[in-house]
Design a protein around this ligand. Structure first.
Ligand code: SAM
Length: 461
């Protein structure tokens, strides 16, 4: 085993990756609330298009269902509540006959009280107070015993947070990744021994005062021999690994498997099923790509990529009879009836992007949104916050702040928001002025998904 880097001390023993991952994520979400979005954005944390696509499908389903009566949607892992707010607003707007929206209960479920507290305050949810309820629950371990049938379960970017074991196949044997969290005592908000106890016992109240330590956790890794034959879902896992090459770290998302089992028990027959969005590998070629990432840290949050082929196989074993898997942007595209990309993908297609300083990329991002905005109409008014990256020189800071200030409140709501082919084409002349030519715009729409991509998967009973 390698020696520890100087200065850091262990916060516990080596444990399988799932143990420490769920431990640190319970602390991350437990002490931060909606402040999580200072560390990462998601496709639903400000944008509405994915939520509207879900609402459009739910509305069509509810209208065509033979029986009328109470309807129940659950969302697991709710973040700031924007998905729920956008879903409900869209549903209400569609439902001029008032046959669906008034029947609906939308349960926002999360294991973090801080997150639920923050989501309750989301501006878009205020007009839906009589349709919503907030439920403390761990999606992995304790879905409520439900009396009423559930007509759809939705989650966005929760599976990557849940327990995941990482396995490497080698010469017919299996090795499993073990993790050990370590930290430089100088980065601890409390004396080391006291901090170690609070960390190990997840004392959220003591840790809440200064969450900055999360970013300084250093993870030691080691691989140890394991037998997968006695794991839950072993038959599916063993069959899966017949297709996997040696020496490739492969996530086995055991927490996500648990959510499928819980969802299956809760969902009404003939319902919309469990709809999940997350990022990971959509096929075996992507899984077998050498050097592809399999985990990521965001300000202390520990995520593992989702192994969608294995998740689908487990879904079948759980009993779901119809499972569809597709790139997430295809799901949104089929709702708006034209191709879409995320605004940030457009920026990535700029011919000079690889040679730009980070602050110039930031400015280009904002100029790109400004170019799109005259051709984009958001149904919600919101102001975009865009803090400069660390190290941005003073002059560039000022230019960025001025550019952000001038953005329309009904424009593209986020840097990862989905924009349509037509919106981009309509803005072509303005985009040309900031350096994009027609070929760059085509390339942005034609680019094939990376080995780790965002996906939509639906499990129906
Ligand atoms: C990455 S955030 C995504 C939030 C939101 N769905 C979005 O996409 O913006 C993950 C969310 O799942 C919640 N979460 C993580 N693990 C959970 C668990 N085991 N049970 C319930 N909620 C969980 C977190 O508190 C957080 O709200």
């Amino acid at each position: 085993m390698r020696p520890l880097p100087p200065n850091v001390r262990p916060l516990g023993d080596f444990q399988t990756a799932d143990v420490w991952q769920t431990h640190v994520n319970a602390i991350f979400y437990g002490i931060q609330g909606p402040g999580i979005h200072d560390h990462f954005q998601t496709f639903v944390s400000r944008d509405h298009r994915l939520a509207h696509a879900l609402a459009d499908r739910f509305f069509d389903h509810a209208k065509s269902a033979a029986s009328t009566g109470p309807l129940h949607v659950m969302e697991w892992g709710v973040g700031n509540g924007n998905l729920a707010g956008s879903f409900l607003s869209r549903l209400k707007a569609l439902d001029s006959g008032e046959t669906v929206y008034p029947q609906l209960t939308y349960s926002l479920c999360d294991f973090s009280d801080e997150i639920l507290k923050g989501a309750r305050l989301h501006p878009k949810l205020q007009e839906h107070a009589d349709r919503t309820r907030f439920v403390a629950m761990n999606a992995e371990t304790d879905a409520p015993v439900q009396q009423d049938p559930v007509h759809q379960i939705i989650s966005n970017e929760i599976w990557d947070d849940l327990a995941t074991r990482v396995v490497v196949k080698l010469n017919g044997e299996f090795l499993e990744e073990y993790l050990q969290p370590c930290i430089d005592p100088a980065r601890c908000p409390l004396p080391f021994a006291e901090f170690e106890t609070c960390f190990q016992e997840r004392r959220l109240d003591e840790l809440k005062a200064d969450p900055g330590f999360l970013e300084h956790i250093h993870w030691e890794r080691s691989l140890r021999k394991t037998e997968i034959g006695d794991w839950p879902e072993a038959p599916a896992i063993e069959t899966h690994f017949q297709k996997i090459d040696d020496r490739i770290p492969v996530p086995v998302n055991t927490g996500a498997f648990q959510t499928l089992r819980q969802a299956f028990d809760l969902l009404a027959p003939g319902s919309m099923g469990y709809t999940g969005f997350d990022y990971g590998m959509l096929g075996v070629p992507e899984l077998n790509q050498v050097g592809r990432p399999y985990f990521k840290l965001y300000g202390g949050q520990y995520t593992n990529m989702v192994n969608f082929p294995l998740l689908r196989d487990v879904g079948e074993r759980v009993g779901f009879s119809a499972i569809t898997l597709q790139p997430q942007r295809d799901f949104v595209a089929s709702d708006v009836n034209e191709p879409v990309i995320s605004a940030v993908d457009l920026v990535q297609a700029h011919p000079k992007i690889r040679r730009m300083e980070p602050w110039d990329v930031d400015l280009l991002m904002i100029q790109t949104l400004a170019a799109l905005n005259p051709f984009y109409r958001s149904p919600y008014k919101q102001k975009l916050d865009y803090p400069p990256v660390a190290g941005t020189p003073k002059k560039q800071r000022r230019r960025l702040a001025e550019a952000v200030e001038q953005l329309s409140k009904s424009g593209v709501p986020d840097t990862v928001a989905y924009v349509t082919r037509r919106e981009v084409e309509n803005a072509a002349a303005s985009l040309k002025k900031i350096g994009y030519d027609a070929g760059d715009l085509d390339d942005a729409f034609a680019a094939s998904p990376p080995p780790v991509a965002f996906a939509h998967i639906q499990f129906r009973k």
